[in-house]
Design a protein around this ligand. Structure first.
Ligand SMILES: Nc1ncnc2c1ncn2[C@@H]1O[C@H](COP(=O)(O)OP(=O)(O)OP(=O)(O)O)[C@@H](O)[C@H]1O
Ligand SMILES: [Mg+2]
Length: 329
C-alpha cells in the first residue's frame, strides 16, 4: 500500500464502512489535488475532515460518492466498490454538497420524495414528513425551491440526502452560510442519526464544531492526509495548557532560580506564562509555585487555559511536513 513520507502507515480498521486505498487525483491540466490517500471510516462514527481551502476535501468526498473519478486507488462503501459497483455503493451514501445548485420549480415535498425514488426506495410519506419536520421545513413543504432562501435551500439539500435512509452521510461544509437555528437543528439531527447507526463524515471550517461533534479528526493539507486521530487523543497529545501569573511587582528579567521552568515574561514584565504539556504526569506547577514563594515573588492572580482543537489545527497546517509531529494512529 503506498504511503507518503510524512504519513505513518495506519492499521486497517476491522469494521470500516468506507475504505479508501491509495486514492490520488490529478485534474485535467495536471494539478494533483489528492496524493495517495488511505483512510478507513469506522462504522457509526462522526468523522471530521479538516483542512484549509483547496486542501482536497471536496475532491475526496466527490470521489467517494462516485461523482468524480480517482486517477488511482480504490474505494469501497459498505463493501461495494464505488466504481465497479457504483449503484449499490451510491445507495448507501447520502451527500449534502458544498455548493448549492437547487433552483427548480418543484416543491420541497416533491423534490425530497423524488430524491428517495431515484434510489429505488418505496414511497414513505411518513418518513419524508419526519425529515421535513426535523429540519423545520414542514411549513415550506408546498413552496417552490427557487422561492426559498439560501439557508432553506440548504435544509432541502439535507432532506434530500436523508430521503433514501443512507448508512453513510457526507456533509460538506454544512454550516457555511446557515443561521444559528439551522446549525442547532442540524447538529441535533446528526447526533440522532448517529444514535440510529448512521456514519457521518463532515467537513467544516468551524473547528469548534468538529471539537464538539466529532469522534475522530482527519487533517488534509495540499492533497495529503497528514493526520487521522481520535479527537480526545489528539487533544491530549498535541494540546498544551498555559498557566498565567499576574505579578504583584513587574520584573525586568526572569530570576536564574526559575531557569528550570520554561517561563515567558510578558512584555510589560507583569505576567509570567508557564506552558506545560497536558500529557506529563507532573506538570511542575506545584514546584513552580513553591519556588516563587521561596524567592518572594508574589502574584495577585493566576489562571490557566487549554489549547483548543483550533490551536492544534492551525499549528498542524502551518508546520512543514518535515517538522510534523506524526502521532501514530
Ligand atoms: N474541476 C477541477 N479542475 C481543476 N482543479 C480543481 C477542480 N476542482 C478542484 N480543483 C482544485 O483542487 C484543489 C482541491 O479542491 P477542493 O475543492 O477539493 O478543496 P477543498 O478542501 O474542498 O476546499 P474548500 O475548503 O475551499 O472547500 C484546489 O486547488 C482546487 O482548485
Ligand atoms: Mg470544499
Amino acid at each position: 500500500m503506498p504511503h507518503t513520507s510524512s504519513t505513518p502507515p495506519r492499521a486497517p480498521t476491522a469494521d470500516a464502512i468506507v475504505r479508501v486505498r491509495g486514492v490520488s487525483k490529478t485534474y485535467a491540466g495536471g494539478f494533483q489535488a489528492l496524493k495517495s490517500i488511505d483512510l478507513d471510516i469506522r462504522r457509526g462514527e462522526i468523522f471530521a475532515l479538516l483542512g484549509p481551502n483547496g486542501a482536497g476535501k471536496t475532491t475526496l468526498i466527490s470521489i467517494i460518492c462516485g461523482m468524480s473519478n480517482a486517477s488511482a486507488g480504490t474505494i469501497t462503501a459498505d463493501g461495494h466498490d464505488t466504481v465497479r459497483d457504483y449503484r449499490a455503493a451510491r445507495t448507501t451514501i447520502g451527500l449534502v454538497p458544498q455548493e448549492l445548485h437547487t433552483d427548480s420549480f418543484e416543491t420541497v415535498w416533491d423534490t425530497v420524495r423524488f430524491s428517495r425514488g431515484l434510489f429505488g426506495k418505496p414511497t414513505n410519506p411518513a418518513l419524508i414528513e419526519k425529515i421535513l419536520k426535523d429540519l423545520s421545513l414542514w411549513d415550506k413543504k408546498d413552496s417552490k425551491i427557487l422561492a426559498l432562501s439560501g439557508g432553506m435551500k440548504r435544509r432541502v439539500l439535507i432532506a434530500k440526502a436523508l430521503s433514501h435512509e443512507p448508512k453513510i452521510l457526507f456533509l460538506d461544509e454544512p454550516s457555511a452560510g446557515v443561521d444559528v437555528e439551522l446549525r442547532h437543528d442540524m447538529w441535533r439531527l446528526v447526533r440522532e442519526l448517529q444514535r440510529a447507526g448512521t456514519t457521518i463524515i463532515l467537513t467544516t471550517h468551524y473547528i469548534e464544531e468538529a471539537q464538539d461533534m466529532a469522534d475522530r479528526i482527519g487533517v488534509i493539507r495540499q492533497g495529503e492526509l497528514i493526520l487521522v486521530e481520535e479527537k480526545n487523543v489528539l487533544m491530549r497529545k498535541l494540546g498544551k495548557k498555559q498557566l498565567t501569573l499576574t505579578l504583584q511587582q513587574p520584573m525586568a528579567r526572569i530570576p536564574d532560580a526559575l531557569a528550570r521552568w520554561p517561563l515567558v515574561l510578558g512584555q510589560d514584565g507583569a505576567t509570567l506564562v508557564y506552558t506545560f504539556d497536558t500529557q506529563q504526569e507532573d506538570t511542575g506547577i506545584a514546584a513552580l509555585l513553591r519556588a516563587l514563594a521561596e524567592h518572594g515573588i508574589d502574584f495577585k492572580d493566576l489562571h490557566s487555559s487549554e489549547s483548543s482543537l483550533e490551536d492544534i489545527f492551525v499549528s498542524l497546517v502551518h508546520t512543514q511536513p518535515s517538522e510534523q509531529k506524526a502521532p501514530t494512529a
